[in-house]
Design a protein around this ligand. Structure first.
Ligand SMILES: C[S@@+](CC[C@H](N)C(=O)[O-])C[C@H]1O[C@@H](n2cnc3c(N)ncnc32)[C@H](O)[C@@H]1O
Length: 495
């Protein structure tokens, strides 16, 4: 399953140091958009807490009738034959099977152990064992104890392990290592259901180091093949960075996720700058100074105003405000009036670019998109203008935290371009704008759409973004036709 294209061998070199462990550097100069790796997963796993069909990866609560241990949904008749047969051979009593079925994460451990059972997959298993597991840092943590109770003890109690190849070697240490490898190295990928997520383990893609300001983009296609490509020109010798978290989170959130999930402290340029490269994605408003913002100083950990260091906030206050704000955002979801009120209220405490504010703005923009798509709502000019403003504000932040080629930026730009064009067309049809105004607006739209398309062209065609790029090509043609018509000397052009 794990075929790596030649790109990696030609363009990359694996190195090792004390801080990063193994990491990848560019062996040659790499162009923006150039692929550095295409790779199949060695393992596909459900997220902890989810049970997914071993064949199609849909969420399910049923199991294979033959092996009784692997989840299999009602739509699938079978899963991987050798795995199924190997599990079916085991002498397990009904009660033991039920015990194992009751623990969702057992299935992930079994997937690793099955690689070890088949001679042709053993090299994958051995390679997987080389990946970082951070066992010393995870020992006796919550996740360690949870795996012990939810996976290791049930497996040991069932007697299954001793029936596997060299079963006596499969002790708690080995099982904790296997489960940790998925946590430290797994990529979050799309699950079949809309908005769902699962994990893919990719042997070579796992070697890339993390930065909150990465120089690579990661995309996963329909077949769950991963593609890593450069988001800017990369010079030979530069470290190749992938981003392990959501770039739209604030520094404390990102660092917490990296610390608990991946066991390291990120020291990238964004994490070490209290203003997050001037975006203020974690800054609070100073209630004493006009235009003053309170940021967390990375070294002292103090929350201090940039204009007057004596104006401070207690960390507990910051944590409390954020916790309540997130709860309120969650409850206001789908309700545009509540979201707008919350945005105004939180705007007195948080910088307009604070990540919680950006989340609110994205929510509002997406509801506005639905309103604008439904002409029965007869949206007025203000609805368009509000969405345009929100897209512009989000884009300003993305330009800093996602420089170069970025899916998020491409989508925000496309949303902006589209809304501006729709508003232009509406004003023209209502005779508030003339043909020259509309032509100028459509020319702007064309520039933005082209820029957005330029960023999406490297996405695999089977991804939603790849499909969007195809649609954009068609829309660009329509736009050009409209512009041609507007350039004709005829006052009554209907667009
Ligand atoms: C997905 S693995 C990367 C490959 C790993 N270095 C190896 O040798 O197998 C993730 C681990 O790499 C290290 N790492 C990646 N990016 C890092 C960074 N920016 N700073 C410190 N450690 C990092 C951490 O140990 C992290 O848990």
């Amino acid at each position: 399953m794990a075929a790596v294209t030649e790109d990696f061998a030609k363009k990359c070199e694996v190195k090792q140091n004390e801080t990063l462990g193994r990491y990848v550097v560019a062996a040659t100069n790499i162009k923006a958009g150039e692929t550095v790796l295409l790779e199949q997963p060695v393992l596909l796993l459900a997220n902890n807490g989810d049970r997914r069909c071993c064949n199609c990866h849909q969420l399910t609560s049923s199991f294979c009738g033959k092996c009784r241990l692997m989840p299999l949904c009602a739509d699938c008749v079978e899963h991987h034959g050798p795995d199924c047969r190997r599990l079916a051979e085991l002498q397990l009593q009904e009660q033991q099977v039920e015990q194992l079925q009751a623990h969702t994460e057992v299935c992930s451990a079994l997937k690793y152990l099955l690689l070890r059972e088949h001679a042709e997959k053993r090299s994958h298993y051995e390679q997987l064992l080389q990946l970082e597991a951070h066992l010393a840092r995870r020992r006796d943590t919550d996740i360690w104890r949870s795996y012990r109770a939810e996976v290791i003890e049930p497996l040991q109690a069932s007697g299954l392990l001793l029936q596997l190849r060299n079963g006596a070697e499969i002790d708690e240490e080995l099982l904790q290592r296997l489960l940790a490898i998925a946590d430290i190295n797994g990529f979050e990928i799309r699950a079949p259901e809309s908005g769902g997520a699962m994990r893919g383990v990719y042997m070579t893609a796992a070697l890339f180091a993390h930065s909150c300001l990465p120089n690579l983009v990661t995309a996963v296609d329909e077949q769950r093949r991963i593609k890593l490509y450069a988001n800017r020109i990369i010079a030979a010798g530069e470290i190749l960075y992938n981003c392990y978290t959501d770039i739209l989170l604030g520094t404390d959130e990102r660092r917490r996720i990296l610390k608990t999930g991946k066991c390291f402290d990120c020291q990238c340029a964004r994490c070490t700058d209290p203003t997050e490269l001037g975006t203020h994605m974690s800054s609070f408003v100073c209630s004493h100074c006009t235009g003053g913002y309170i940021v967390r100083q990375p070294e002292s950990g103090l929350w201090q105003c940039l204009l007057n260091a004596e104006h401070t906030l207690k960390p507990e206050f910051v944590a409390n405000v954020l916790e309540r704000a997130k709860e309120e955002v969650f409850h206001a979801r789908e309700d545009i009036y509540r979201l707008e009120l919350l945005l105004a209220k939180l705007g007195r405490l948080l910088h307009g670019n604070h990540y919680v504010m950006l989340d609110l703005k994205q929510n509002i923009a997406s509801i506005l998109r639905q309103i604008l798509q439904n002409m029965a709502h007869r949206p007025n000019r203000k609805v368009y203008e509000r969405k345009i403003r929100l897209c512009q504000e989000i884009l300003l932040v993305l330009k800093v935290v996602a420089p170069g080629i970025s899916r998020l930026k491409a989508i925000a730009l496309y949303e902006l371009a589209n809304t501006q064009a729709e508003l232009g067309r509406k004003l023209y049809s209502e005779q508030e704008h003339d043909a020259a105004d509309l032509l100028a607006e459509l020319q702007q739209t064309e520039i933005m759409t082209r820029e957005s398309l330029r960023m999406l062209l490297y996405e695999p065609i089977s991804t939603p973004e790849g499909q969007l790029a195809r649609n954009m090509l068609r829309e660009l043609k329509e736009l050009q036709n409209d512009m041609k018509m507007l350039q004709q000397p005829n006052d009554d052009v209907v667009i």
